[in-house]
Design a protein around this ligand. Structure first.
Ligand SMILES: N[C@@H](CCC(=O)N[C@@H](CS)C(=O)NCC(=O)O)C(=O)O
Length: 218
């Protein structure tokens, strides 16, 4: 093993899912260290990670925190994480950066929980506005760059798809109204082998790791 990837509960930790997907897509051989999160912040995460957050990657002497930095590190080692074409690559980076910086209303109203059915919950004007914007991004990206496959940039699931994978997980859990284009993209992402693997591992986590704040949404 050339390092360690620290992540939080697979059931809840959306940023960990993104970082883990980047590492898997790049094929890095690292030990995965899962730290169960606590409701009011997790001392064990603060003890290891420079920004007190997961994902945090240590690889071959490099220490990388912040998901987008992990994506860029992985893409240096495996350039196919971004599209080969300059214009497509610029677009992929722009939407990935937008995901990293934004959609706070959606993230707050619909926290990731891979084990629950919260259909119909979490809809408010702000979260629905975020969803509308994300659906526009999906549609315009697929129209411009998605020919030849089911993902945002076509046949290969790349770093942009990885950045949006937890949004797909939220859509599946909270079932907001979505276009047919978004639904088809959601199905493709959910079926991706790494995303399926993550869901399966999440289902095996002990019940004692569950947090009321994510399990008692009404
Ligand atoms: N901006 C950070 C966000 C990471 C983040 O917020 N991670 C959450 C888990 S999803 C975390 O570590 N929370 C601290 C805790 O639970 O103690 C990134 O891009 O990696």
């Amino acid at each position: 093993m050339a390092g360690k990837l620290y992540i939080g509960n697979r059931r809840y930790s959306s940023w960990s899912l993104r970082g883990w997907l980047m590492v898997k897509l790049a094929g890095l051989a690292v030990e995965e260290v899962v730290i169960p999160m606590q409701a009011a912040g997790t001392p064990a995460i603060k003890a290891v990670s420079p920004n007190g957050l997961v994902p945090y990657l240590e690889h071959d002497g490099a220490k990388i925190w912040e998901t987008l930095a992990i994506a860029e590190y992985c893409a240096e080692l495996a350039p196919a994480l971004w599209p080969a074409d300059r214009i497509a690559r610029a677009h992929a980076r722009a939407i990935a950066a937008e995901m990293h910086a934004g959609f706070r209303a959606l993230r707050q109203a619909m926290p990731m929980n891979l084990g629950r059915d919260y259909a119909g919950l979490g809809q408010n004007p702000e979260s629905l506005a975020d969803i509308a914007h994300i659906e526009n991004l999906f549609q315009s990206t697929r129209e411009k760059f998605g020919a030849g496959g089911p993902y945002l940039f076509g046949a290969s699931f790349n770093a942009a798809d990885a950045m949006f994978a937890p949004v797909i997980a939220r859509f599946l859990t909270f079932a907001p109204p979505l276009s047919e284009i978004t639904k088809a993209y959601c199905a493709a992402v959910r079926q991706h082998e790494y995303v399926s693997q993550w869901y399966n591992l999440a289902a095996q986590e002990p019940e004692s790791w569950r947090l009321d704040k994510y399990e008692s949404l009404t």
